[in-house]
Design a protein around this ligand. Structure first.
Ligand code: PMP
Length: 400
């Protein structure tokens, strides 16, 4: 009965790793997937995570029962505090409901389905371009997806005018997906002043902010700085949704641990929202996994582990920033034609190089360097040893 099925294409991002794995070349380099690598090119398990796991193993009273539908309650509370700030008035007033979800993706999906079911507007605006999974997540959640201008290829920066025009023209009440920091794939973020203008415009039109926070702490190295845009929207007393992921900032990629918070107008509403979120989650996967959330809770509740985490996080962010400088310098040293200053200006894990699909495929074929066809490279996958090889390949691609 399935004989009529055609072979589905690989995922555009995860498919890059599939192709990379098949390449026997010893010089191959995977800059496709957004996962942190050490200077030696190895995946990193944070020290604090190892310590937290040890604590969990030593605790013989731990059991493996199902979590409640909303997940680990302590984790939820700590996650809301981490993203909204320990002194958040919304938390103090019990206006926030937080549910543990399956990493950032699961949080976006649960939030999307909740909105499709209970919010009066069914259109969500996403940035042009955006992370490739966004349109699929929200379409399947039952929302209708439209885009707003975000990136200006000519400046390789923010198209702020276009953004304001498009959000200004959106029907009142529309949902707007906002990358809290380290925009994927462009690495281009609004300034704080621009965020303030976006906030004013959105609040004046009653647009519903849905923040995607996949990189808190990874952009600037500071958890508080990276959460600032979200906190500005919460400080004005209005509603919003926030999807959090611990994949990148705790290196818990495979644990699938994240949270969805909905900031409501009152504690009463928040309670009812939570009851409805449970109805979304129960038929989807019943309840979330226990292990990743337990690791996060151990780290967030313990002052020493928390401080140690912030240092490890800063070290990861700093290494990425140093890769930006090294790549920029390497291209300058080669006299590669073009202005490459966007490499040092862009923020977070990715550089949106501006290389076109033909140049990308040339680099893959001739230099065994793998990246998404839109020219996005993961700076976290680079090291001092591999920068020269990448710079050679970019130089060859743009001068051939
Ligand atoms: N949003 C954005 C913008 C992302 O880049 C990612 C990870 N690539 C996610 C959400 C979700 O990732 P995860 O489900 O692994 O937490």
């Amino acid at each position: 009965v399935f004989a009529h099925l055609v072979q589905a294409p690989e995922d555009p991002i995860l498919g890059v790793t599939v192709a990379y794995n098949k390449d026997p070349s010893p010089i191959k380099l995977n800059l496709g997937v957004g996962a942190y690598r050490t200077e030696e090119g190895k995946p990193l398990v944070l020290n604090v995570v190892r310590k937290a796991e040890q604590q969990l193993i030593n605790d013989r009273s731990r059991i493996k029962e199902y979590l409640p539908i909303v997940g680990l309650v302590e984790f939820n509370k700590l996650s809301a505090k981490l993203i909204l700030g320990a002194d958040s008035p919304a938390i103090r007033e019990n206006r926030v409901t937080t549910v543990e979800c399956l990493s950032g993706t699961g949080s976006l999906r649960v939030g999307g389905e909740f909105l499709a079911k209970h919010y009066h507007q069914k259109t969500i605006y996403i940035t042009q371009p955006t992370w490739g999974n966004h349109p699929k997540i929200f379409t399947l959640a039952g929302l209708s997806v439209k885009t707003y201008r975000y990136y200006d290829p000519s400046t390789r920066g923010l198209n702020f005018q276009g953004l304001l025009e498009d959000l200004g023209a959106a029907p009142p009440g529309s949902i707007v997906l906002l990358h809290a920091c380290a925009h994927n794939p462009t690495g281009v973020d609004p300034t704080i002043q621009q965020w303030e203008q976006i906030r004013q415009l959105m609040r004046s039109k009653g647009l519903m902010p849905f923040f995607d926070s996949a990189y808190q702490g990874f952009a600037s190295g500071s958890l508080d700085t990276d959460a600032k845009p979200i906190r500005m929207f919460v400080a004005d007393g209005g509603e919003c949704l926030v999807a959090q992921s611990y994949a990148k900032n705790m290196g818990l990629y495979g644990e699938r641990v994240g949270a969805l918070s909905i900031v409501c107008k009152s504690a009463d509403v928040a309670g009812r929202v939570e009851s409805q979120l449970k109805l979304v989650i129960r038929p989807m996967y019943s309840s979330p996994p226990i292990h990743g959330a337990s690791i996060v809770a151990v780290i967030l509740r313990d002052r020493n582990l928390f401080n140690e985490w912030t240092l490890e996080l800063k070290a990861m962010a700093d290494r990425i920033i140093s890769m930006r400088k090294q790549l920029f310098e390497a291209l300058r040293a080669r006299g590669t034609p073009g202005d490459w200053s966007h490499i040092i200006k862009q923020i977070g894990m990715f550089t949106f190089t501006g290389l076109n699909p033909a140049q990308v495929s040339f680099m893959t074929k001739e230099y065994h360097i793998y990246m998404t066809s839109d020219g996005r490279i993961s700076m976290a996958g680079l090291s001092s040893k591999t920068v020269p090889h990448l710079a050679d390949s970019i130089h060859a691609a743009v001068t051939k």
